[in-house]
Design a protein around this ligand. Structure first.
Ligand SMILES: *[C@@H]1O[C@H](CO)[C@@H](O)[C@H](O)[C@H]1NC(C)=O
Ligand SMILES: *[C@@H]1O[C@H](CO)[C@@H](O)[C@H](O)[C@H]1NC(C)=O
Ligand SMILES: *[C@@H]1O[C@H](CO)[C@@H](O)[C@H](O)[C@H]1NC(C)=O
Ligand SMILES: *[C@@H]1O[C@H](CO)[C@@H](O)[C@H](O)[C@H]1NC(C)=O
Ligand SMILES: *[C@@H]1O[C@H](CO)[C@@H](O)[C@H](O)[C@H]1NC(C)=O
Ligand SMILES: *[C@@H]1O[C@H](CO)[C@@H](O)[C@H](O)[C@H]1NC(C)=O
Length: 627
């Protein structure tokens, strides 16, 4: 339909490095999916008595907002996943010192069988002696098993059962060691190391990706890094001074040599899509050749996932639907992308529904554009799979959890109150996806919020559920191990401990012309803040602007940003855009403009005025305040 050419061109661009340019195939037909819920320990809000768990292997809390819970990767056998849960309610006397307490990592059977004690789960970190886990951090997110089945990453720690498989009874708490991961950020190797976020193990299991963010000039800047994990049994500098994994050969996934999204050529401004500047790293491709990340938008207010080839820097756009995508997992054979996406919810269509708008105001509007996707802790994500060639034409992937009554609060597979969370994970044989959801809870509903709160129908009123989707028509595959990739990422910058965080290039204040690829142009006025540290506003006037020669854009749009604090963003937005051609769409603010504020750490949407997008017969409105 619309912008087929644009998307196909992007997909072809990604294939350019290959000797022959393969044609983009027709989209795949929808495939059958079976979904079951995975078992979890029993829930209690009080004491964990033998009545609740007769085996004495603990009880978990309800997991309100999903806090303290996360499902993770499969083990290499494809019959277990790793997960982060929170135990609660120590058993009454005579056993007050339960090891099933607080934050822990468990393994969950995915094939309906049980561990020898009869439980379908096994806690691997419960009861590990303190001397086996010195210097570890209290971080538990993104649990991920290594290919040897003996080690796993959780938070910024690596658990290691030595010669034993994590699933074996012989992998006892006494045999498990937990080591911290340290990123050295000082020239002399001293100090506690840098903050590591969005940590992911590379499929070769010797490399490691992460993001870190800094507050510079009152604004958050985030960079992705690629590194090698090196076990250091007896470090001599830096804290913690315990056996640990050091990150060595660290590369910042950004270089001043990389062409930024916007450049200036005389009085023209030029757009360079598919830039390999990695801010928030999201993981790696199945065979490990690519790093995935949320990149600079290709179309205005449309936040997408991209994959950059580590060896060459060549970029693929993984998603193109106007809605927001973030958690992602590429299948082990690299043929499928699983995403948690707001597509289908219409959450972001009021600002992103008009396609093919060059991402000019995005120089200042991206923080707001990427924050509307959530309300408080509520995600509006559902799980989709998209083939490797991406969204195109009428194809926007397949919703995985599509079956069911769709009734809010019913607990159906497709209950819209159950919100997808990070990350979905492919099974090693490519036939299954493990994912998890949490149910909307106050203050994302109830009170001043116009949305009513649903009640959980899960055991114990649990707010989280871990799910397993099976693609029943797929043939399982067995892939060879991923060979170690190079330490060197030629398009990045080797990280030198103590180096200052790079500053991303930006367009100087001024008035420029953006020439449409097919016709017309846009006049762009960029204004800096008074201290000239950052861009304050971008104003655009489009005249018959077209990149595809099919749809033509006229009208103006401007956006002014202010930041009373580094997490609070206020946007003053004026739009009157009209697109005609194959698609007729409009994007308009109410007469006094649209004034939005959002705290990026809390994500509560509040606005005065309206911003409405129409696409042919569809009308998309902004979310209600607080909802
Ligand atoms: C359970 O965990 C809490 C918080 O980490 C701790 O204070 C408490 O001592 C633990 N209880 C037992 C019985 O280990
Ligand atoms: C990687 O780090 C190790 C240890 O610091 C060093 O010996 C090696 O030369 C580095 N390799 C590259 C490619 O920089
Ligand atoms: C949830 O349960 C409470 C208590 O039983 C009830 O008052 C409320 O109406 C229920 N909410 C919904 C949306 O069913
Ligand atoms: C944006 O447009 C509005 C309405 O035309 C106008 O009042 C305002 O001055 C413009 N702001 C900028 C920064 O161009
Ligand atoms: C778009 O508008 C034009 C002119 O009004 C009309 O001829 C055309 O049918 C419209 N296209 C769609 C898809 O509605
Ligand atoms: C909306 O208007 C109210 C009342 O004038 C004001 O207090 C609030 O700050 C405004 N919010 C935004 C996002 O502009």
């Amino acid at each position: 339909m619309r912008f087929v050419e644009l998307i196909a061109a992007a997909a072809l661009g990604a294939l350019h490095a290959q000797p022959t340019i393969a044609a983009v195939p027709n989209p795949p037909a929808p495939e059958p999916v079976e979904i079951i819920e995975l078992p979890l320990p029993p829930v209690t809000t009080d004491s964990c008595t033998p009545d609740i768990n007769p085996r004495g292997t603990g009880c978990i809390n309800q997991g309100i907002y999903g806090e303290g819970f996360q499902s993770g990767s499969f083990l290499p056998d494809g019959r277990h996943i790793v997960a982060y849960v929170t135990f609660t309610g120590a058993p009454d006397a005579p056993n007050p010192a339960s090891i099933y307490n607080g934050s822990q990592i468990i393994l969950i059977k995915t094939d309906g069988t049980s561990f020898p004690n009869g439980d379908p789960w096994k806690c691997v970190t419960c009861g590990v002696p303190a001397e086996n886990s010195q210097g570890t951090s209290d971080t538990w997110d993104y649990p991920h098993a290594f290919q040897d089945g003996k080690r796993l990453l959780f938070g910024t720690n690596i658990a290691d059962c030595g010669e034993y498989s994590l699933i074996d009874s012989e992998c006892t708490p006494e045999r498990l060691f937990i080591y911290p991961i340290r990123w050295n950020v000082t020239p002399d190797g001293s100090g506690a190391g840098g903050a590591i976020r969005e940590q992911r193990i590379h499929p070769d299991n010797v490399h490691f990706g992460f993001s870190s963010f800094e507050i510079t000039n009152g604004a958050i800047s985030q960079f992705g890094y690629f590194s090698r994990l090196q076990f250091n049994p007896s470090p001599t500098t830096g804290e913690p001074l315990v056996p640990r994994y050091d990150l060595v050969n660290v590369t910042t996934l950004y270089s001043p040599e990389v062409t930024p999204p916007w450049t200036v050529d005389g009085d023209q401004i030029v757009f360079n899509p598919l830039t390999n500047i990695v801010g928030e790293l999201r993981g790696f491709s199945g065979r490990g050749g690519e790093v995935t990340y949320i990149g600079y938008s290709t179309e205005s207010c449309n936040i997408d996932l991209y994959a950059a080839e580590l060896a060459t820097g060549s970029v693929r756009r993984l998603t193109a639907h106007p809605e927001y995508a973030d958690p992602v997992d590429i299948s082990p054979d690299d043929q499928w992308t699983a995403v948690m996406d707001t597509r289908g919810s219409d959450r972001d269509m009021f600002m992103a529904g008009m396609r093919g708008v060059p991402p000019l105001i995005d120089m200042v509007a991206t923080t707001v554009a990427s924050s509307v996707r959530n309300n408080h802790q509520r995600r509006f994500f559902q799980l989709y799979i998209i083939d490797r060639y991406g969204d195109r034409g009428d194809y926007f992937g397949q919703k995985v959890n599509a079956a069911g009554s769709g009734v809010a609060g019913s607990g159906a597979i497709n209950d819209p109150e159950w919100n997808g969370r990070a990350d979905p994970r492919w099974s090693p044989d490519g036939t299954q996806l493990a994912y998890w959801q949490d149910i909307t809870a106050s203050p994302a509903c109830g009170g001043v919020n116009p949305l009513p709160c649903p009640n959980s129908t899960e055991p114990g009123g649990r707010y989280v559920r871990f799910m397993l989707a099976t693609f029943t028509s797929r043939k399982p595959y067995t892939l060879p191990r991923v060979e170690p990739v190079s330490d060197v990422v030629p398009w990045g910058t080797p990280y030198v401990p103590g180096a200052t965080v790079p500053t991303l290039p930006r367009i100087p204040e001024g008035t420029y012309t953006l020439v449409g690829t097919a016709s017309g142009s846009a006049k762009v006025t960029i204004t800096d803040n008074t201290d000239a540290s950052s861009i304050k506003s971008v104003a655009v006037q489009h005249t018959d602007y077209s990149d595809d020669g099919i749809n033509f854009l006229n009208g103006y749009e401007n956006y002014t940003r202010s930041n009373p604090s580094y997490t609070l963003e206020i946007g003053e937005w004026y739009s009157d855009l009209v697109q005609t051609g194959e698609t007729n769409s409009t994007k308009k603010t109410s007469p006094g403009g649209f004034h939005v504020s959002i705290d990026t750490f809390v994500n509560i949407f509040e606005a005065n005025g309206t911003l409405t997008t129409t696409v042919d017969d569809n009308v998309y409105l902004q979310p209600l305040n607080y909802s």
